[in-house]
Design a binder for this molecule. Structure first.
Ligand code: ATP
Ligand code: MG
Length: 581
């Protein structure tokens, strides 16, 4: 492509709405245009990268036995009523009616549609396993679209579904996808870490998220430097470390604690440490048709992980109870405690709490706390003990005991074991060798294509622009003749351009009538991996320069050797990103 004809939509200014590098660069390089909040077009240069990522995904899915198909974006409500998700998916689901008043939705994911197909088409064990997949548009009416295509409302996803006879089959399919995902992301030039993950709204047990490591990532990961433990903070769990164990239980007493609003105030006032206190947090659990007041108990120096707590309550959302709601339940905000709470209030306790001896907690009355409280003595009631604690940096690794470290990541893909969650509800069954019927055992596997592109930029850029890994670069090589008035030079540049095209190299020729500075700035911004600069020296000594975008390295090459050198560098760059089979 000649740059004079390229659909180029670069911006000089950094757009104000973009907070992070990848979003800014995608807008500045003209890769995407915003159409509405969380809704974007991919412009020609951006779409070339998307197509390359999709092609890498296709190759890796096909290599594992995946078969591509394409399902509709618009789905009938009945399918979602069969699975039950019509009533629980919440506001992210974009619902609509057709002209006959029938309910439809824009697919946020496709478990229902694919399960309905397999239900119709598969009768016998002989037809299993199956791995259909598609790369297609999804819609989720996200509450907070942000970071451009990292969290948009309309986005492109690869979704593959596995259908097996049994759990062993599912394990095989799952491991194949785990391997395929590892290959996809490394071929895209991403540094990724697979981590054990929460299964969220899709449900089922067993899941990994593939995290592209990045400071701007929305997910927090805990991992161990000494063993292979890695998990998102949504499920990371460490062994309980209760305080006071082995002490003799002392009599429980109320103490006047004026102005002690926080656990730190309280611990200081009582001359103890925050890990000897228990915090009582009042919440409302929000369900489809009701809200329920409950309390959560956790060691004073720990934080509640609200995803874990939400899973324990099985609710759609959580919020803190307001002061008047707390008072309605007989407690003074800031001084809440579990002792003497009404029988109908559910009390969820983190695993450490019932094991603690002689702990402090709120008394319920203003300006009072209780000391030497003991669950084991029957001082208060707990409805359910569960792991609801946020694991923080330095906690002991549950596998090897070494201190855990934290990192942030962008979730570019997730794989789930669904087991029979959908097949059982929707009646997707097969008949085995003995004529016996079974539910198909399913898995589902998603990759955010646009989010992957953004994550690649997030990990591969500098102050001048994008540094594309060659596998996903819109073009691999740019040729920049510095003087467009020099006919000999322009002819040489065009000759090189044609020779590279003939060898199927994806190349742009910057034939624009622009100053060299403009051309170099654009080349840096657009980030093509190899740049051939043909300048004065070319004329005088027959030497051109190849600049490697990633390292800044400049290699001088005689004109007659240029094609071979470009091909060799290009091949080497591809080889570096291709994992061994
Ligand atoms: P998140 O937790 O980030 O909202 P999710 O866990 O709900 O994502 P999945 O249902 O696992 O998403 O979807 C599979 C993949 O699709 C994700 O790993 C991610 O790469 C991509 N994806 C999900 N939501 C979005 C979105 N709003 N915008 C862009 N990509 C998305
Ligand atoms: Mg996910």
């Amino acid at each position: 492509m000649k740059m004079s004809q390229l659909y180029l939509a670069t911006l000089r200014e950094v757009p104000a709405e973009a907070e992070i590098a990848s979003h800014q660069l995608m807008l500045r390089a003209g890769l995407i245009h915003k159409v509405a909040m969380g809704i974007y077009s991919y412009m020609p240069l951006g779409w070339r990268t998307i197509k390359k990522i999709m092609e890498i995904i296709r190759q890796e899915m096909d290599a594992k036995g995946g078969q591509e198909l394409c399902m509709p974006i618009v789905q009938p409500a009945e399918l979602w009523q069969d699975s039950g998700r019509w009533w629980v998916y919440g506001q992210e689901l974009m619902r609509m009616k057709d002209r006959h008043g029938r309910d439809f939705l824009l697919g946020p994911t496709h478990e229902e549609v694919i399960t309905a197909h397999l239900k119709q088409d598969v009768r016998s064990y002989k037809q299993l396993p199956q791995m259909p997949y598609q790369i297609q548009t999804k819609f989720r009416d996200e509450r907070r679209p942000r970071f451009g295509v990292i969290r948009s409302r309309e986005f492109i996803m690869k979704d593959l579904y596995s259908f097996d006879r049994d759990e062993e089959g599912l394990d095989i399919s799952y491991n194949k996808m785990y391997d395929a995902y590892t290959r996809v992301f490394s071929r895209c030039g991403l540094t990724c870490r697979p981590v054990a993950a929460d299964t969220g709204a899709i449900g089922g047990e067993g899941s990994h998220e593939f995290m592209a490591l990045s400071e701007i990532g929305e997910s927090q990961i805990l991992f161990c430097h000494h063993c292979d433990y890695a998990a998102t903070d949504e499920i990371a769990a460490v062994d309980p470390v209760p305080t006071g164990v082995g002490e003799e239980m002392l009599p429980m007493e109320p103490v006047e604690t004026p102005d002690c609003k926080t656990v730190e105030d309280l611990a200081k006032f009582l001359g103890t440490t925050t890990d000897r206190t228990v915090k009582t947090l009042c919440y409302k659990a929000i369900y489809e048709n009701e809200e329920k007041f409950f309390v959560a108990l956790i060691r004073g120096d720990r934080q509640v992980n609200e995803i874990k707590l939400q899973n324990v309550m099985g609710c759609l959302e959580l919020r803190f109870a307001q002061d008047d709601e707390v008072r309605e339940h007989g407690m003074e905000p800031g001084f809440c405690g579990p002792v003497g709470l009404a029988e109908d209030i559910e009390i969820i306790a983190d695993r450490e709490v019932p094991l603690m001896v002689n702990h402090e907690c709120g008394d319920g009355r203003k300006d009072y706390h209780l000391i030497n409280v003991n669950y084991q003595r029957g001082d208060y009631r707990i409805s359910k003990v569960a792991d609801i604690a946020l694991v923080e940096k330095g906690a002991a690794c549950p596998h090897c005991g070494q201190p855990l470290d934290t990192a942030r990541g962008i979730e570019v893909g997730q794989i789930f074991k669904l087991h029979t969650k959908y097949s059982a509800k929707m009646g997707a069954r097969y008949v085995d060798e003995n004529g016996k019927e079974h539910d198909m055992v399913m898995g589902c596997y998603g990759i955010g294509v646009g989010r992957t592109m953004a994550a690649v930029i997030e990990q591969n850029h500098d102050e001048h622009g994008i540094i594309w890994p060659i596998t996903v670069a819109p073009y691999e090589v740019s040729i920049v003749p510095v003087n467009d008035k020099d006919e000999w030079l322009m002819a040489k540049a065009e000759e090189l351009y044609n020779q590279l095209l003939a060898r199927r190299v994806e190349v742009v020729l910057d034939d624009r009538k622009e100053r060299p500075g403009v051309k170099f700035n654009d080349a840096d911004l657009l980030g093509f991996p190899l740049r051939v600069v043909m300048g004065k020296k070319c004329h005088e000594t027959g030497i051109a320069e190849i600049k490697i975008r990633a390292t800044g390295e400049v290699i001088e090459v005689a004109l007659e050797d240029l094609v071979d050198k470009v091909l060799a560098l290009r091949e080497q760059m591809f080889a570096e990103l291709t994992p061994a089979l």
